[in-house]
Ligand binder design. Structure first.
Ligand SMILES: Cc1cc2nc3c(=O)[nH]c(=O)nc-3n(C[C@H](O)[C@H](O)[C@H](O)COP(=O)(O)OP(=O)(O)OC[C@H]3O[C@@H](n4cnc5c(N)ncnc54)[C@H](O)[C@@H]3O)c2cc1C
Ligand SMILES: NC(=O)c1ccc[n+]([C@@H]2O[C@H](COP(=O)([O-])OP(=O)(O)OC[C@H]3O[C@@H](n4cnc5c(N)ncnc54)[C@H](O)[C@@H]3O)[C@@H](O)[C@H]2O)c1
Length: 479
C-alpha cells in the first residue's frame, strides 16, 4: 500500500511548460513536486525545436553564402551530413537529461520520475520505474503539462507499416536516400527542407498548399524555397494507403489519391498533434482521452469544479508552441502562488501576471524554413471574424536596402493587419531570409497597441531589413 505524501503543488509533465510552472510556483514560496515519465525538458529540447533547427541551420548557412556574389565563390563543397547530425546531437545532449535535472534540483524543485495520473481530487498517483507507486496529495493544485503526441491520419496501412514521426526525423542517425513527407504544415515543411539539403530525395505531400494556415504569398515563397532545396512539392494530393511489402526494413510504398504511387526508404507523417490526455485518469472527470484541457486565462481547467486542476502548454490545445507554453507556465505558477497566499480571490485581470491574455491576440510563431516565415497576432480573416474592421498593407521585402545587402535578389514579403477604427497593428506576417528577428518588434506593437502615428517615430536603423516598417507605414499613409 503506497503512502500518501502531501505537498503544495504537483506538476505532471516536466517539459518546458511544466518546468516553468514548477519554477514560478516555487519562486512564489510553494513546495513543488515535478513528475516526469520521460526526459526532463520534454519534446522541445530532445525531439522538436532544438534538433529540428540544428538540422536546418547548416544548410541555411551555406545557402545564405551562396546568395552573396563574392562569398558564393568560396562555397564549393556540399554539406557533411555526418557532421550535421553530430552537431544536432550536441544540442540534444545525446538524449541525456542530466543537465536539466541539475537545473531542476538547483531551482529547488523535487523531481519524481514516473508516470502520473489523477487518482482523486487534488491527488496524483505516480507509477514508479521500479514498479511501485507514490501517491501525492496537493494542498493548492495539480497542474497537467503533459504536452501532445502525433496525430495519426486515417490512411490505410499506417497502423501496421513502420513510419517516422517527427521524433524519428529529429533523432535519426543517418539520412535516408528517399523520404516522403506527409503533411506540409510547419513540421513537414521544415523537415522536408532539412533532409533535402542533407542529400535525401524528398517528396512533400500537401493536401492543399504548403503552410496552408498562413497568407497565400507565404506558400508561394516557401514553396519556391523548398523547390530550390530540391524538394519535390506535390500540392492538392493526399495519401490513401501505405505498405512495406518486404517488411519493416524494406521500402515503403505510398498510394496517392491521384492514382499514383511513391516508393521511398522512409515515410515521415507530420499531420499535426493532439493533446496528450489519454491514460491520465481524466475520464473520471468527464474529459475524454485525447481531448484538450480547456482552461481559463489563469490556467484552471474549465470542466473541473473547485479550481484545483490546472493545465498549461500543448495539452490545453491553445497555442502549441514552446514559448507560449512557457508563458502559460509562468502565469500558472504565479497564479497558484498568489491564490495560495490569498492574493487572487477572483478571476485574473487581463494582462496581469496571472492571465495569459496574449494567447488570444498576440501569439508569435516562426517557421524556420528558408525563406523563414514570421507571424504574430491576427490574420485579416481572423480579425474580421472577430468583428474588427481591418485594412492590410503590403511590402515587397526585396525593395528594402538592408535586405538587398543581405542577399542578392532577396525575395520576401510583408503584411500588416491594421485595425481601421483604432489605427493599431493587429497582426503582422513576414517571409524572407532572416525575418525571424523582425518579429519581436511586431509583437511589441501588437501587445502594446501602439498607434500607427506613434510607430512613425520608431525610426528603423539604416540599412537594416527593419526598414520594412517605414515602407509599410509610408504605404499606409499614402492610401
Ligand atoms: C518537430 C517539431 C518542431 C517544433 N519546433 C518548434 C519551434 O521551433 N518553436 C516552438 O515554439 N515550438 C516548436 N514545436 C512545438 C513544441 O515542441 C511544443 O509546443 C512544446 O514542446 C510543448 O511543451 P509542453 O511542455 O507543453 O509539452 P512536452 O514538451 O511534450 O512535455 C510534456 C512532458 O510530459 C511528460 N509526460 C507525459 N505524460 C506524462 C505522465 N503521465 N506523467 C509524467 N510525465 C508525463 C512527457 O514525457 C514530456 O516530457 C515543435 C514541435 C515539433 C513536433
Ligand atoms: N517552428 C515552429 O514553431 C514549429 C515547427 C514544427 C512544429 N511546430 C508545432 O508542432 C505542431 C505540429 O506540427 P505539424 O506541422 O505536424 O502540424 P500543423 O498543424 O502545422 O500541420 C499539419 C499539416 O498536416 C496536414 N494534414 C492533416 N491531415 C492530413 C492528411 N490526412 N493527409 C495529408 N496532410 C494532412 C494539414 O493540412 C496541415 O498542413 C504544431 O502545433 C506546430 O505549430 C512548430
Amino acid at each position: 500500500m503506497a503512502t500518501t505524501r502531501e505537498v503544495d503543488v504537483v506538476v505532471v509533465g516536466g517539459g518546458s511548460t511544466g518546468e516553468n510552472v514548477a519554477d514560478y510556483a516555487h519562486r512564489g514560496g510553494l513546495e513543488v513536486v515535478l513528475v516526469e515519465s520521460g526526459l526532463v525538458g520534454g519534446e522541445c529540447s530532445y525531439y522538436a525545436c532544438m534538433p529540428s533547427k540544428a538540422l536546418l541551420r547548416p544548410g541555411q548557412a551555406v545557402a545564405a553564402a551562396r546568395r552573396v556574389d563574392g562569398a558564393a565563390q568560396a562555397v564549393t563543397g556540399t554539406l557533411d551530413p555526418a557532421a550535421v547530425l553530430r552537431r544536432r546531437t550536441t544540442f540534444t545532449h545525446d538524449w541525456d537529461d542530466s543537465s536539466q535535472v541539475a537545473w531542476a534540483e538547483g531551482a529547488g524543485l523535487e523531481l519524481v520520475r514516473g508516470s502520473g495520473r489523477i487518482s482523486g481530487e487534488r491527488q496524483v498517483t505516480v507509477a514508479l520505474p521500479d514498479g511501485g507507486e507514490q501517491v501525492l496529495a496537493a494542498r493548492h493544485g495539480v497542474v497537467v503539462a503533459t504536452g501532445s503526441e502525433p496525430a495519426r491520419p486515417p490512411v490505410d496501412g499506417l497502423d501496421t507499416a513502420r513510419y517516422w514521426t517527427t521524433r524519428d526525423a529529429t533523432s535519426a542517425q543517418e539520412v535516408p536516400g528517399r523520404l516522403v513527407v506527409l503533411g506540409a504544415g510547419v513540421a513537414g515543411s521544415e523537415l522536408a527542407q532539412a533532409y533535402a539539403r542533407l542529400g535525401a530525395e524528398v517528396t512533400l505531400l500537401a493536401r492543399s498548399r504548403v503552410l496552408g494556415s498562413f497568407p497565400e504569398p507565404v506558400a508561394g515563397l516557401v514553396g519556391a524555397g523548398l523547390a530550390v532545396a530540391g524538394v519535390d512539392v506535390r500540392t492538392g494530393v493526399g495519401a490513401v494507403g501505405v505498405e512495406r511489402p518486404d517488411g519493416p526494413d524494406g521500402e515503403v510504398r505510398v498510394r496517392l489519391d491521384d492514382g499514383s504511387t511513391l516508393t521511398a526508404d522512409e515515410l515521415l507523417v507530420a499531420t499535426g498533434r493532439r493533446p496528450r490526455t489519454a491514460g491520465l485518469g481524466l475520464t473520471t472527470l468527464g474529459i475524454a482521452d485525447g481531448e484538450a484541457l480547456e482552461v481559463d486565462d489563469s490556467g484552471r481547467v474549465l470542466a473541473v469544479a473547485g479550481g484545483w486542476l490546472y493545465a498549461a502548454g500543448d495539452v490545453t490545445g491553445r497555442a502549441p508552441l514552446t514559448h507560449q507554453g512557457k508563458y502559460a507556465g509562468r502565469v500558472v505558477g504565479d497564479a497558484l502562488a498568489a491564490r495560495a497566499a490569498g492574493h487572487l480571490p477572483g478571476p485574473a485581470e487581463p494582462w496581469s501576471r496571472y492571465a495569459s491574455t496574449a494567447d488570444h491576440v498576440a501569439v508569435p510563431q516562426v517557421v524556420f524554413t528558408d525563406p523563414q516565415v514570421a507571424q504574430v497576432g491576427l490574420r485579416a480573416d481572423q480579425a474580421r471574424d472577430r468583428g474588427r474592421p481591418v485594412r492590410t498593407v503590403h511590402q515587397d521585402l526585396g525593395q528594402i536596402a538592408g535586405a538587398s545587402l543581405l542577399a542578392d535578389d532577396y525575395a520576401g514579403w510583408a503584411e500588416l493587419v491594421v485595425d481601421d477604427e483604432r489605427d493599431v497593428v493587429l497582426g503582422a506576417t513576414f517571409v524572407g531570409q532572416g525575418v525571424s528577428e523582425l518579429l519581436h518588434a511586431a509583437t511589441i506593437a501588437v501587445v502594446g497597441q501602439v498607434p500607427l502615428a506613434r510607430l512613425w517615430h520608431a525610426v528603423p536603423a539604416y540599412p537594416t531589413t527593419s526598414e520594412v516598417w517605414l515602407r509599410l507605414l509610408e504605404t499606409d499613409r499614402s492610401r
